[in-house]
Design a protein around this ligand. Sequence first.
Ligand code: ASP
Length: 579
Amino acid sequence: MLRSHTCGELNESNIGEKVSLCGWVQNHRDLGAMCFIDLRDRHGITQLSFNELSASSLLEVSKNVGREYVLRATGKVIERSSKNEQISTGGIEIQVEDLEVLNQSSTPPFTIEDETDGGDELRMKYRYLDLRRPKLQKNMFLRHRTSQAIRNFLSKENFLEIETPYLIKSTPEGARDFVVPSRMNTDQFYALPQSPQTFKQLLMVSGFDKYFQIVRCFRDEDLRADRQPEFTQIDCEMSFVQQKDICQTFELLAKAVFKETINIDLPAFETMTYEEAINLYGNDKPDTRFEMQIKHLDKFAKGHGFQVFDGAEKVLGIVAKGASNYTRKKLDALSNFVKRPQIGAKGLVYCKYNEDGSFKSSIDKFFDAQVWQNLAENCDAHAGDLILILSGTENQVLKQMSELRLEMGRQLNLIDNKIFKPLWVTDFPLLEWDEENQRFHAMHHPFTSPKTEDFDKLSSQPKQVKANAYDMVINGVEVGGGSIRIHDRATQEKMLSLLGFSDKEAKEQFGFLMDAFEYGAPPHGGIALGFDRLCSLLAGEDNIRDVIAFPKNNQGRDLMIDAPSEIDPYQKRELGLIN
Ligand code: ASP
């Protein structure tokens, strides 16, 4: 080993020891007769000191190193005269006796510090330097510990880690596939898995009864802060279980992971039905760290001559406690917030329920104090509160209200980043109607079982059928989801036909699975948790990029290796992509 210790290891208890450290130059202070270098590795920073006692050649070398040079320093641990209480190595320094420059470094394009001066693009281009920053090093370490905790927990619970293939068959259901041409089978394509769904079900048919895999999945979707074209799932499946068994197991997994990685005791998971989540929070992954539930105001807001409300399918409100003092400027900003194209509301109606009991609203012409009084009473608003109202078609206004609620939560500092509120969202509809294409989609995926009690509605009232599916939500983040699966051919055929597959298409695409169901398929179910999302929650990061070593940007590009890129015409010809 070139080093005896890491740069984060030494403290006053090592004083007098002779040590060798290796690392990168974080900082270099040349004071003439003395010189100090902060040497950094992923474990910490240790100060190297050179002074009149050092050989003059050594002092000379130390003066000529630059940022990010790689050094090996050997010397004695001594007590520091001016201590740095902020870091564990702050009480000592190394009186250097020998210094070796292991490698030089060009001046880095941005500072290697948490508060760096590099923009996003530049840092992605030089990701290997970005990854030297303490914050990202910490995140990678956390990610490692998280996967260790998951593996330990699942192994203890008797799950087997089994790999499934990356080159599989493309299917039209779900998101878009990345497809892969190959030389041996021109005109035919593999697809990269969006998830190992069918394989893990087949493993249940094979009798493995508890499977898991921390596995890369690929989806050619539009990208957002919490999406990457390739991402990692903690994918699991169990046989002979019901929904409650899976929820129990994975609640325990989440608790173990939060405890082991960030020493947080997660509270017991709440359970909320999909319908409750939508009605109370406007979306199916509610952030329940704060209340401010949505109020359904049709009864109180319609019929007073305000056409916008009267003609709307739904009128919804929220009550921002203690916010009646919102200024005109803040209210205008809120109105602009809901009108942004991403949210798409036409306007915002507000009513200040003043401390003195009077009302001041943006629609005073239509609503008198009596109307507001009645509305306020029915939505639990009190003097000092601000009532915010949106109207429109049900689906849209619920989404808009959900955004406004979160924004108000942020503005009023109601969202405590130190607490975690986990819940299960259950009882999802099995199917989703696609108005544009006049067809059903599976809300979860086509292998999810309907609730037993809804089986007979499959033909007569498919929209009413609930799925045996569940999502794990923490602080408004959908950490994962799963379901009890269909495990017999007839139901799977029925489901595929509801989704618009002809018998032939169903057979071509999922025949292998339905065939397997005929050979003693056990009842089974499972779940997949988004590993990147989970890590970003644990790390307190908003963007999953910050917990992925080499992520892609919002255009799906890797700026460092410059991918995707053109390929050689020869290669294209060989793959049968051109003649
Ligand atoms: N395969 C599903 C998904 O990727 C999860 C599951 O049902 O287990 O969302």
